[in-house]
Design a protein around this ligand. Structure first.
Ligand code: GRF
Length: 190
């Protein structure tokens, strides 16, 4: 089975969905560790309660992105990680990790890329007044949400949609969609 690390900065509901899919037998990968750049993030509690090795860091404790990515790389190597799965990791991946994992870093983004890249994709979609948005799973390159698209799912935006309601619909889709696409890409019986 392929060895993956999950990178997250926030609540980690997508991390949990991936763990649950592995436990339920629908996703055949080894989750070797969690990497988190926010010491207070709830994903850390989830990692702990799932008995998952984790590496937590603060960018401000390092001189540069290169320095903290070297520290991450050391951890990834020691756990034999082959693929990086980003699940709400709020940093641009730098050359250190991109060079080490060419075509082996995957991200999920809450819009139909190339529309609404970067932060607050949900707010951007609502502000633009579009009546559909969605979720994109893509390979990571050096740009902001610009890498080759793997799969997309469309979500309707209703007339009275709020940020919270759209966020809820997006999460609901993501929690099925990400594990299923990861299985197609990386799963042992794909
Ligand atoms: C998800 O909506 C994902 O698309 C985006 O960040 C959010 C993370 O949510 N990149 P969670 O931490 O997995 O709950």
């Amino acid at each position: 089975m392929k060895n993956i690390a999950i990178f997250a900065s926030g609540s980690g509901s997508n991390f949990q969905a991936i763990v649950d899919a592995v436990k339920a037998g629908g996703l055949h990968v080894n989750i070797k560790m969690v990497v988190c750049d926010r010491p207070g993030a709830f994903v850390i509690e989830r990692a702990k309660s799932n008995g998952m090795p984790h590496f937590i860091f603060s960018a401000k404790d390092y001189d540069s992105k290169e320095a903290f990515e070297c520290a991450i790389l050391k951890q990834l190597r020691s756990h034999d990680v082959e693929y990086i799965v980003l699940a709400g990791y709020m940093r641009l991946i730098g050359p250190t990790l991109l060079t080490e994992f060419p075509g082996r870093i995957i991200n999920i983004h809450p819009s139909l890329l190339p529309s609404f890249p970067g932060k607050d994709a949900i707010g951007q979609a609502l502000a633009a007044g579009v009546n559909v948005s969605g979720v994109t799973i893509h390979f990571v390159d050096e740009g902001m949400d610009t890498g080759p698209i793997i799969a997309q799912q469309i979500i309707d935006i209703d007339e009275h949609e709020t940020k919270e309601s759209l966020q809820g619909k997006i999460h609901q889709v993501e929690h099925q969609f990400y594990p299923a696409e990861l299985q197609k890409l990386l799963g042992d019986y794909a």
